[in-house]
Design a protein around this ligand. Structure first.
Ligand SMILES: [Zn+2]
Length: 366
């Protein structure tokens, strides 16, 4: 397994603990994976994402057993006539980030990493901290000071050291990177480390199985730093490569109107991410004013023919209430996804769509 620079194509063995290329470029990942035999999976007993093991990074089986908490295998829940929520809040740490965090922590355990650094708006750090504490890896967590108290409590319960950073999500990332560069600690970043997408891609594999060997017409996906979106596109590319699908579903990427640099860039036709004015948003999980992989996200969205929508704070709150009345109590960031679906298609739409319910409502501050 190798890391490959997206800019200069330099290669590094995956045991190299760098988080970006020496040219400054971001890293992608390359390894041999086997096409999934979805037929054979019908009788497979493991319901977790490890049922796709042949198409996942080749960690030692004993490493996987030590780290896994049974993540993946989440149900589809009906929201409308042809709209389903995928209940990723039913994960070990109550958010979809467990799909990616389990990959990062397997990699660290296999390499003998003893301590790591992560920054996040809350859920990714919670997830990495939880998996790390299972296997005795210590964790320095950087979160913006606005992160909900419940998330911080959960992170601290997993024995991580929490650094609360004033100002924005970007200031938090800068503080974490300074810490990484001054200490040489492993940067368990869900943004820089492409292993994370290898986990989040299983979201799409599961949908493919749940729809009986095809995908829904529309995938609504939240975008802040793009961890779920880019994992989903990776899976779609693999499914195309294996001839399991013949075309991409329509991807509707959702940003909060208060913080929508990618939506603005996409609309402008620019290749490089525009600097736009942003305001705080209730959807803290997608509040990224300057996403590190923004250029890659924009290029991938253009390539697959996707579209962006933005949602207002009021629409996010209304969507949370709508979902709660359907029995689903989700984080405001997840509610933004449903609001995005409504913004794209309207409430009487018959588009067949799946909306990720990324995190549990009990994690939200509001
Ligand atoms: Zn490079």
């Amino acid at each position: 397994m190798k890391y490959v620079c997206v800019d200069c194509h330099a290669e590094y063995d995956w045991t190299d603990r760098r988080y970006r290329c020496r040219c400054g470029g971001l890293l992608s990942l390359r390894y041999d994976k086997k096409p999934i035999d979805f037929r054979a999976l019908e009788t497979h007993r493991d319901r977790s994402l490890w049922r796709y093991r042949g198409a996942l990074p080749p960690f030692d089986p004993q490493v996987i057993s030590a780290v896994t908490m049974g993540e993946g295998g989440t149900p589809l829940v009906g929201i409308g006539p042809k709209v389903w929520g995928k209940a990723d809040y039913l994960m070990p740490t109550l958010s979809f980030k467990d799909r990616g965090a389990v990959m990062l922590v397997c990699a660290m355990l296999q390499q003998g990493v003893r301590s790591c650094v992560i920054d996040s708006s809350g859920n990714a750090a919670t997830s990495v901290a939880a998996y790390c504490t299972r296997v005795g890896i210590s964790c320095e967590v950087f979160v913006p000071s606005y992160t909900s108290a419940k998330k911080v409590e959960q992170i601290e319960a997993h024995q991580a050291t929490v650094h609360r950073i004033e100002h924005t999500r970007e200031d938090t990332a800068r503080a974490a990177i300074e810490f990484v560069e001054s200490t040489g600690a492993f940067y368990a970043s869900h943004i820089f480390n492409p292993l994370f997408w290898e986990g989040t891609k299983t979201y799409v594999y599961e949908l493919y199985e749940q729809f009986g060997g095809r995908l829904p017409e529309v995938l609504v996906l939240p975008v802040g730093n793009g961890t779920l979106l880019m994992g989903a596109i990776l899976a779609l590319d693999e499914l195309m490569g294996w001839n399991a699908i013949t075309h991409y579903p329509l991807i509707v990427a959702v940003q909060a109107a208060n913080c929508a640099p990618l939506a603005a860039t996409f609309a402008s036709g620019s290749a490089g991410v525009l600097t736009v004015e942003t305001k705080p948003t209730l959807a803290e999980g997608i509040a990224s004013a300057a996403p590190a992989r923004g250029n890659e996200i924009i290029a991938a969205m253009r390539r697959v023919g996707g579209r962006f929508v933005t949602v207002s704070e009021r629409e996010i709150l209304e969507a949370r209430d709508t979902l709660a009345r359907r029995g689903l109590y989700v984080e405001l960031t997840s509610a933004a996804n449903h609001a995005g679906y409504l913004a794209a298609f309207g409430s009487s739409s018959m588009e067949e769509a799946v909306i990720p319910l990324c995190g549990a409502g009990l994690k939200s501050a509001h």
